[in-house]
Write a protein that binds this ligand. Structure first.
Ligand SMILES: [Zn+2]
Ligand SMILES: [Zn+2]
Length: 341
């Protein structure tokens, strides 16, 4: 497993010079992006910059260790290997009940079961075995996020263009289809046809459950590749902090989080606007479930850009540059990289 925490925009932006406020992005909370405390909004704003796309900036001094905000995912999904271990909605570790086989998925609480109705009522009517087999044999994880999003669209809890707020993805079909690190045996044509095959399997499963064609009209190849490419560059790999308590994470600014293995993947709205830095001032953590917590790693001055590290920061300069360029499509020019560290 490569030490990638997340994927990001192509024309990645490590430069904050020439910052110019074009339009403050409204991060007002909605049901997908609730903040920790609605009474006091988080001390950040998303700005469009001239040279670096969107970025997140401090609106006041933020102290080391401070919890900046939390974020709920727009869409999330457990890994296949975690389906029998974590909540199907919030990814919290959940013991299997005696009726697990009959129910096939776990929910940690009635609240999660209720929340999951937005996709699960549609999903549970369909036979997904061919879709799952296709993804399992190719070790694909992102199509499951696309599938969940499709079910959410059908049940009306989100719109088909809900991911369009993210940067248009300009990645090649090969990267989108999730094979950036494999030898290039697959031609671009094959990558596209693989996505067509996935979409067919997705559509067939839904049609087989008696879904009316008009409810599936949004499932075009343009929709699927657009969604998959945005997921590919914006998804976070969720690693729960396990034994660390919430307080530990907040008080020990530099404590490394003892992560358990990845349990799933998720796409968030606000956290997606954080740019990358190999020596970041902000950290994203998951304590017990898929809700992301953004925490200051050191004192951050008012007006300073908040950045997270998309990869394992302990790698050396060349390894970081390789992964950032092959998997994320940009050359990092953060201060640490510029000093050849
Ligand atoms: Zn749950
Ligand atoms: Zn760097």
């Amino acid at each position: 497993m490569l030490p990638i925490l997340r994927s990001r925009q192509l024309a990645q932006r490590c430069l904050t010079q020439n910052k110019r406020l074009l339009t403050p992005y409204s991060f007002a909370t909605d049901r997908h992006g609730s903040m920790l405390n609605r009474a006091s909004p988080p001390p950040i704003q998303v700005l469009l910059t001239e040279s670096a796309g969107r970025g997140v900036f401090a609106t006041r001094k933020i102290e080391s260790g401070e919890l900046i905000h939390t974020a709920k995912p727009v869409v999330s999904h457990p890994l296949l290997s975690s389906i029998d271990k974590v909540c199907y909605y919030c990814l919290k570790n959940t013991p299997k009940g005696s009726n697990f086989e009959a129910q096939k998925v776990l929910f940690c609480s009635e609240e999660c079961r209720e929340q999951a109705k937005g996709f699960y009522e549609v999903e549970k009517e369909a036979d997904w075995s061919a879709f799952i087999a296709h993804c399992r044999t190719r070790s694909l994880k992102y199509p499951f996020l696309a599938k969940r999003l499709a079910c959410m669209v059908i049940s009306g809890v989100t719109s088909a263009d809900s991911l369009n707020v993210f940067q248009p993805a300009l990645l090649s079909p090969q990267i989108i289809s999730q094979y950036p690190y494999l030898p290039k045996q697959n031609s671009v044509t094959n990558d596209i046809s693989q996505m067509e095959e996935e979409l067919d399997l997705l559509r067939c499963a839904l049609e087989g459950s008696g879904m009316k064609t008009e409810h599936l009209s949004f499932l075009t190849i343009e929709w699927y590749t657009g969604v998959l490419s945005r997921i590919r560059i914006n998804a976070f790999r969720i690693e729960l902090a396990g034994g660390s308590s919430y307080e530990d994470l907040l008080t020990s600014a530099y404590a490394s989080v003892e992560s358990e293995a990845s349990v799933g993947n998720a796409v968030y709205m606000l956290p997606s606007f954080y740019n990358h830095d190999c020596d970041p001032n902000t950290h994203i953590v998951w304590v017990e479930n898929v809700d992301a917590k953004l925490k200051a790693l050191r004192d951050i001055e008012k007006g300073e850009e908040l950045r997270i590290c998309y990869i394992d920061a302990s790698m050396d300069h060349d390894a970081r540059q390789n992964i950032l360029s092959s998997g994320f499509g940009f050359k990092c020019s953060c201060p640490r990289c510029l000093s050849n560290d």
